[in-house]
Write a protein that binds this ligand. Structure first.
Ligand code: SAM
Length: 252
């Protein structure tokens, strides 16, 4: 099936930047940031034996967490270069190198689907969200981690992408979590929704955007990782970079 223009642009863009992306987002400090966010959001969870789909998996930066905790992982990504990184990182995982909007994966197959890239599907965010719901087993859960709309930092983020020609802002949306949950409330229950993301999100996990060398990040990361949860307590949606939501598919 042929890809839409926005899908082709995403594929070509991530094929071009895959190595640089991997050097920033898969560096130990950036991965530690994810681990700490997931540990705080899903405390004490056991993923052993769960079928997990990492949707728009990139090099599997989210999979590192779930694979390391016993889940059986499948990745789907549109970029061949990103799929290669994923395969090298997880030789025992499945990988489908296709658009998540037309992956050909069978319905009701996963216990947990994790994504932090719905915003890259713009203008097909709703279709992508519906596709993820289709792939979930009844009772299965969907973990969505995205730039949050309705935040002052989102205005700065959009401005940054517009001014910085090194980045590709056409497919960059931000997600209105309240609306996302409301529009799918006959299919999903919202189990948890949290807003966060401050110093460590910006200068440790998102070091690529600021061209911060991972070697430099290594020096200040411990301080910012320590600060992040403290600042998070007083942030609220208006001052947060991201939203993180956990939904459960209704069994009917
Ligand atoms: C920001 S990266 C996220 C990678 C990884 N999940 C992470 O957490 O760092 C966005 C990823 O989405 C992929 N992508 C964009 N549009 C896609 C689509 N329609 N179908 C599948 N993957 C897509 C890109 O190739 C890229 O690897």
């Amino acid at each position: 099936m042929s890809l839409s223009q926005s899908e082709q642009e995403q594929r070509d863009y991530y094929n071009r930047i895959a190595s640089v992306y991997d050097s920033h987002y898969a560096n130990p400090e950036a991965l530690r940031y994810r681990t700490e966010v997931f540990d705080r959001f899903l405390p004490g969870e056991d993923f052993t034996g769960l079928q997990v789909l990492d949707a728009m998996c990139g090099g599997g930066e989210n999979s590192v967490y779930f694979h390391g905790r016993g889940a059986s992982i499948t990745g789907v990504d549109i970029s061949e270069a990103q799929c290669k990184f994923f395969q090298q990182r997880f030789p025992d995982a499945g990988i489908v190198c296709a658009s998540v909007l037309r992956s050909g994966l069978p319905p009701a197959s996963y216990d947990l689907i994790v994504t932090e890239s719905l915003h890259h599907l713009h203008p097909h965010v709703e279709a992508g969200f519906q596709e993820l719901i289709r792939l979930l087993k009844p009772g299965g859960r969907l973990l969505v981690w995205e730039p949050s709309s309705g935040s002052l930092l989102d205005i700065l983020r959009k401005l940054w992408y517009r001014l910085d020609s090194g980045f590709f802002e056409d497919n960059e949306a931000s997600i209105d979590f309240a609306r996302l949950g409301r529009d799918a409330e006959d299919q999903l229950t919202t189990l948890r929704l949290q807003y966060g993301g401050n110093f460590a999100h910006l200068f440790v996990m998102s070091s690529m955007q600021f061209r911060l060398s991972p070697r430099v990040v290594h020096w200040y990361a411990p301080l910012l990782l320590w600060l992040e949860p403290l600042v998070e307590k007083i942030q609220g949606r208006l001052l947060s970079c991201w939203g993180l939501a956990l939904y459960q598919k209704k069994t009917r």
